[in-house]
Design a protein around this ligand. Sequence first.
Ligand SMILES: N[C@@H](CCC(=O)N[C@@H](CS)C(=O)NCC(=O)O)C(=O)O
Length: 203
Amino acid sequence: MANPNPYHLFLSPRSPFARRVRLALRRLGLPVIEHPLNVLESNPDLETANPLGLVPTLILPDGRTLADSSAILETLHDLHGGIWPELPTDRIEIRQASTLATGLMQAAVSFFQETRMHEVPSPSWAQDHLSAVLRTLRHLESFRNDFWIRSGEMTQAGWDLACALEYLEFRMPECRDAIPTTLRAPMELARMNGSFRETAPRL
Ligand SMILES: N[C@@H](CCC(=O)N[C@@H](CS)C(=O)NCC(=O)O)C(=O)O
């Protein structure tokens, strides 16, 4: 019998980083108990598991802890496969696309924090984050479609891009028109997936 102990995932319903892990766990069919929380409050259980207090944080069925969405995905691939293409040569471009899509999430989170959460927002830092978002969108536009969708299936990079773009629409609606049409295909395909719809960022 497979290990019946579930994974436990600390998450915020708004976090695009938590979303990429939630989607991967569901895709791999792994049992998981989700612990949604508000990262703006103190969360002693999360802070015990991860002193950084960041989501996603994953507790493995054997009780060990993993923080950081990329480290979590790497470990899920080590344990179960199914995240990255089998051929190492195929993984290079998909990993790079995934890294940039995840960086897009980070730039959007930083922009939101700078403009809405700091007591004294810095226009120049906000501009830096906005420029990073716009530059990265233009760069991603040059990537081949099969970095995102391969043989009709979303790659990990495709899921990450879809999560990043929905987060952009959620937090930076002013950037909506800057999303290149070619990058919309993975988001539209993702929106046909029930887990993707269920994990959409919400207030
Ligand atoms: N590099 C990390 C980023 C995680 C991160 O920044 N998470 C944010 C939520 S989007 C967080 O937990 N913030 C907690 C806080 O701001 O208190 C990852 O990929 O997991």
